[in-house]
Each structure stands twice: as structure tokens, then as C-alpha cells.
Design a binder for this molecule. Structure first.
Ligand SMILES: [Fe+2]
Ligand SMILES: [Fe+2]
Length: 282
């Protein structure tokens, strides 16, 4: 373990600067193991001072495309299923970086140790999710990088690079919560296609993502309390500021509740901002 950076923020930066997905996630798992070993020994690794890159290192492939240029495939076809797994792999790789980025970028904010425990655990799980998706792609004769992937996945991170509460509102509480809404439908697609390995992998992701959303809600509420802010109003203001567009129902209300996101947090955001007064558009 001695070749790892000495601080948690240093580990985060090294992971963010590793381009290859399998190498990035292997380093992520080793850093997580070192963190939890240090916590158990009662000598926690220092948090240190982060120096994250603006955007994480990425492999040469997949080619990144604007969402509107992405080829459309039917989810019921074999190539559609591969495209779906590829899209999830891409999301998971970004999730690994998002979890380490928050640790590094906001390393100057004083937080209880439990915050780092939650974020490191989630980063380790995202690393597992990426590898599960890669394994499934490879068993179907493809691989991560074989298809184009969405550009702009890092936009939520760039937009909230100097707003810790904004980051928590948009990434775990909007984007990861959206994962809870759509994953059951994906599991059904692979169940119908009789691909039990993919079903099992997506079920692991579905179960573990509930706690990632819950970590977001927990620490969002913690910080609102620290700054004497109303959590619901603050959440609405930050999502309107940093998330581009309205939230889309149907919502997985049960899992969102389990993750500590009540309906009055997300339902009011299903509508675009109130229209400008009459005449303002002329
Ligand atoms: Fe994940
Ligand atoms: Fe996650």
C-alpha cells in the first residue's frame, strides 16, 4: 500500500488523473481499502488538500458525442441491449470520478469523518458497478469503448465546482435518484432477454444506489443545518440553478423515500420555471 498517496485527497486526485477505466477503478478500490484500514486502526489517513483536474482523465475510447447525435437503438434488440449496458458503464465510470472529485474539490470544508466514510464506500461501489458492466459487455462480445458515449456527463460537476451544496443537490439527489427511477425497467429488459448475469449486476447496482442517494440527502441536510438554511427551499433553488430542465416523472417514490428524499422535494421541480410575465418575450 506504500505507493499510494498519503492523504485521502491525494488518492482522489490520483484516481481522477488515471484514464483507463479498469486501472482507475482498481486504484479506487485500493484507496478505499487503505482508507477503511486506517479508520479501523484508529489512525485515519489525513484528508489533506485536494488539487483535482477540471475534468477527469478519460481513455481514448469511447468517443464522446453530444446526446442528440447518439445513434438510436431499440432496447429489445441484441445491439440495443449492448448499447444500454455501455451507457450504464459510462455512467458508472463518471460516478467513480464524481465521488472522488467531491472529496478532493471540497477538501477545505471541515466535515465529520462519517462524510468521508460514506463517499469512499460509494466510490468503491461505483468502481464495482463499472467492472460489472464491463464484464457483462465482454461476455456479450463487446467492451467499454466499443460504442460512442455521452459527452457532457461532467457538466453537473463543472457547474457546481465551487458550490458544495449545489453538487450534493444535483449529483446524488437528482442524477443518482433518477437511477432509482429507471433501473427497474432496465432489469426487466434483461430478464425478458434471459440474461441472468446482467440482471444480477443491475440488481446489485439498484440496491447500492439507494444508499448513495441517502448519503447525498444526509449530508445535504447536515450542511443546511450548519448554515441555517431551509433544506427544501434550498434544494429547489439549487436544482433550478444548476440542473438544466425539469425533472421527469414517473418517480420511484418508494425507493426515493427509503433514500430520504420526500415527494415535496422533487414534485415541484417537474414543472419548468414559471413563465415570464406577459409581454416580456416580445
Ligand atoms: Fe453506480
Ligand atoms: Fe451511485
Amino acid at each position: 500500500m506504500s505507493d499510494l498517496p498519503e492523504t485521502l485527497a491525494g488518492c482522489a486526485d490520483a484516481i481522477l488523473r488515471t484514464a483507463d477505466g479498469r486501472a482507475k477503478t482498481a486504484l479506487s478500490k485500493r484507496c478505499a481499502a487503505a482508507w477503511f484500514a486506517s479508520r479501523e486502526a484508529g489512525t485515519p489517513m489525513p484528508i489533506g488538500q485536494g488539487n483535482p483536474p477540471d475534468a477527469p482523465a478519460r481513455p481514448d475510447t469511447p468517443a464522446l458525442m453530444e446526446p442528440r447525435d447518439m445513434p438510436r437503438r431499440r432496447p429489445g434488440s441484441p445491439s440495443g441491449r449492448i448499447a444500454l449496458l455501455h451507457a450504464v458503464a459510462h455512467i458508472e465510470l463518471n460516478a467513480v470520478d464524481l465521488h472522488w472529485d467531491i472529496i478532493s474539490r471540497f477538501s477545505d470544508v471541515k466535515l465529520p469523518m462519517g462524510f468521508y466514510d460514506d463517499w469512499v464506500k460509494a466510490a468503491e461501489e461505483e468502481s464495482k458497478h463499472f467492472n460489472l458492466m464491463c464484464d457483462n459487455l465482454e461476455s456479450l462480445g463487446s467492451h467499454y469503448g466499443a460504442l460512442p458515449a455521452h459527452a457532457f456527463m461532467w457538466r453537473a460537476a463543472s457547474d457546481t465546482a465551487s458550490d458544495f451544496l449545489g453538487r450534493l443537490a444535483v449529483v446524488p439527489m437528482v442524477l443518482e435518484a433518477r437511477g432509482l427511477d429507471v433501473t427497474p425497467g432496465m432489469i426487466e429488459i434483461f430478464r425478458k432477454a434471459e440474461l441472468p448475469e446482467a440482471v444480477a449486476a443491475l440488481e446489485v447496482i439498484y440496491a447500492e444506489e439507494v444508499s448513495h442517494v441517502a448519503y447525498g440527502s444526509k449530508w445535504f441536510h447536515f450542511l443546511c443545518g450548519r448554515h441555517d438554511l431551509d433544506p427544501k427551499d434550498t434544494f429547489h433553488a439549487l436544482v433550478r440553478k444548476y440542473f438544466h430542465g425539469a425533472l421527469k416523472p414517473p418517480f420511484n417514490e418508494e425507493k426515493r423515500a427509503e433514500a430520504g428524499i420526500p415527494p415535496d422535494f422533487y414534485w415541484p421541480l417537474t414543472e419548468a420555471e414559471p413563465a415570464p410575465p406577459k409581454g416580456a418575450r416580445d
